[in-house]
Write a protein that binds this ligand. Structure first.
Ligand code: TYD
Length: 226
């Protein structure tokens, strides 16, 4: 009888890739920081990043262009710029971090392109799928937390922050509603990857819900959280 194979004592820990998505004013940024703090407290190494802008100097320059209200880029041009920034981000930050066993928490990723450029601005989903095929490839998040919020409520939150709206926040009525529907449609199509969270919850309830939503990805000794 042949001997059983010899396995290493402990398999190397693999980080998970988690993205946060939602309309403007949903509170992703605050949740991402809280979640990262909790993962670190549970002993996990974690990289916080965002789109557009995460990556090298190229992605940062592209963010400035993409959010500028004065430079009028049409929907397809915007799409290509978002994916150029994404390619840089994957190469510079996301792929190396995951390969090194770190967790990656990313504020927006390819679902935002489908919701904003696709559902919001009418870019053909075939183009988006083709770009995903060659740029995203198998770098699909392990979990995507969609912070769902009524656009009207999000607008009043945004107004309370007192900063001037960027290109997407300044879109005419109906845009935010189409973006929200686009996100919810993606979530319904991929229930294993997505968890939809009510962004109207208070900060403590929201972090608790987010923690529950990623619990199955945590190593067994990290599940109780910090
Ligand atoms: P940002 O200031 O980062 O806003 P937020 O805090 O809401 O994430 O601006 C990012 C904007 O870019 C946001 O309005 C969504 C938009 N966006 C797209 O339209 N397509 C994309 O692929 C991505 C990643 C973002």
């Amino acid at each position: 009888m042949s001997k059983p194979p010899v396995f290493p004592m402990k398999a190397p820990a693999r980080g998970a890739f988690i993205t946060l998505e939602g309309g403007d004013g949903a509170g992703k940024t605050t949740l991402l920081a809280a979640l990262a703090g909790r993962l670190r407290a549970a002993g996990l190494e974690c990289v916080e990043t965002r789109e557009p802008g995460g990556g090298g100097a190229l992605a940062q320059h592209l963010r400035t262009l993409l959010l500028d209200k004065v430079i009028a880029a049409g929907p397809v041009a915007q799409t290509l710029l978002h994916y150029a920034a994404r390619a840089d981000h994957l190469e510079q930050i996301i792929a190396p971090a995951l390969a090194g066993g770190q967790w990656v928490l990313c504020d927006r990723y390819f679902d935002s392109s489908h919701a904003y450029q696709g559902a919001g601005l009418g870019v053909d989903s075939g183009l988006l799928d083709t770009l995903d095929g060659s740029i995203v490839g198998d770098m699909v998040p392990d979990r995507t937390l969609l912070l769902d919020i009524d656009p009207e409520r999000a607008r009043s939150r945004q107004a309370g922050r007192g900063r001037s709206p960027d290109r997407y926040e300044a879109q005419p009525d109906g845009f935010a509603e189409r973006v929200r529907a686009g996100f919810l449609q993606r979530a319904a199509a991929e229930p294993d990857r997505f968890r939809v969270l009510d962004a109207g919850l208070g900060p403590d309830a929201l972090i608790a819900a987010a923690w529950t939503a990623i619990a199955d990805l945590l190593p067994p000794d990290g599940r109780d959280g910090a």
